[in-house]
Ligand binder design. Structure first.
Ligand code: NAD
Length: 297
């Protein structure tokens, strides 16, 4: 068996094209996204630039609010308050990681659940635990499920093994798979005999950041593999899965790069559009935020 490649890049582009069409046909306003970037971390600046570029392409107003690395907690919370109260802002995200002196959980929890398009607040995380369809689901896990659905396989009753238990990827992915009626095993760095567990998996979602860790001897014939991991090795991006070693054993697999990665921004934009529709249903429309730290205009 040679694995079929799940083309995340193409699926993400199709999603963005469809979104662009929907936004261009809106009668009243356009969705708007505020991205708070604290400090000058180079990787974060690149991620934010990419989010703004893609958002603009589909017709979402993206306001990047750049704040000093030395900003205090209360000033950052006040910025979030202003955005929460601003009817012209539909989605708010705080680019992570934050500088060490800031309490990430406290800052994220301050975002209004209605504008939490990253789905990181305890409220939306709780809704997802309840399998409540109104939850904003974090972009990467949401993208993973979209890619899984694109294979056409029936998820009901499948044994899904999730590698990694972070709040950003592993845990929400596990909840989504459970909500899709999979039997889910969550594994992590303290798991004993991981290869024995993965050998029983019909589906593997790996998000542990250990390059090429997963080998063909770890797998059951025909397994579906979603590789979330991204690590730079010798200047090249590398997944958690040893792609060349496993490609004859898996039935479907995402490549790195070009698999899960491109879906992340696409899903963030889908969530922002959804937040706009919900705000519009309450009688609000969208314009520039005019925030004093907004460098977009
Ligand atoms: P994290 O460091 O917060 O969590 C890693 C998890 O992997 C932890 O739960 C840890 O217990 C587990 N782990 C570590 N080593 C392990 C091992 N040897 N065996 C089993 N489990 C192990 O990381 P994260 O934010 O969840 O990201 C994970 C990976 O996914 C990283 O490579 C990251 O770059 C990538 N990522 C990609 C996207 C995307 O858009 N494609 C988005 C987010 C994260």
């Amino acid at each position: 068996m040679t694995a079929q490649i799940i083309d995340g890049k193409a699926i993400a582009q199709k999603t963005c094209d469809e979104l662009k069409t929907k936004i261009s046909s809106l009668q009243d306003g356009a969705p708007s996204l505020a991205v708070i970037l604290v400090g000058d971390d180079e990787a974060s600046q690149i991620y934010v630039r990419n989010k703004k570029k893609k958002a603009t392409e589909v017709g979402i107003d993206c306001h990047v609010i750049e704040l000093s690395a030395s900003i205090g907690e209360s000033a950052l919370l006040s910025t979030i308050d202003e955005l929460n109260d601003n009817p012209h802002i539909n989605g708010i995200i705080v680019q992570l990681p934050l500088p060490k002196h800031l309490d990430e959980q406290k800052i994220i929890a301050h975002i209004s659940p209605d504008k939490d398009v990253d789905g990181f607040t305890p409220y939306n995380s709780g809704l997802l635990s309840y399998n409540n369809p109104s939850a904003f689901v974090s972009a990467t896990p949401k993208g993973v499920l979209e890619l899984l659905k694109s294979t056409g396989i029936d998820l009901v009753g499948k044994h899904a093994v999730v590698i990694g238990r972070s709040h950003i990827v592993g845990r929400p992915v596990a909840k989504l798979l459970l909500n899709a009626d999979c039997t889910v095993t969550i594994t992590h760095s303290h798991t004993v005999n991981l290869p024995e567990i993965t050998q029983t998996a019909d589906i593997i979602v790996s998000a542990c950041g250990q390059p090429k860790m997963i080998k063909s001897s770890w797998l059951k014939e025909g397994v579906v593999i979603l590789d979330v991991g991204i690590t730079r090795v010798d200047g090249h991006l590398c997944g958690d899965v040893d792609f060349d070693d496993v490609k004859e054993k898996a039935s479907f697999i995402t490549p790195v790069p070009g698999g899960v990665g491109p879906m992340t921004i696409a899903m963030l934009l889908v969530n922002t559009y959804e937040a706009f529709l919900r705000a519009q249903a309450k009688g609000e429309t969208s314009h520039c935020c005019h925030h004093k730290n907004c460098h977009c205009h």
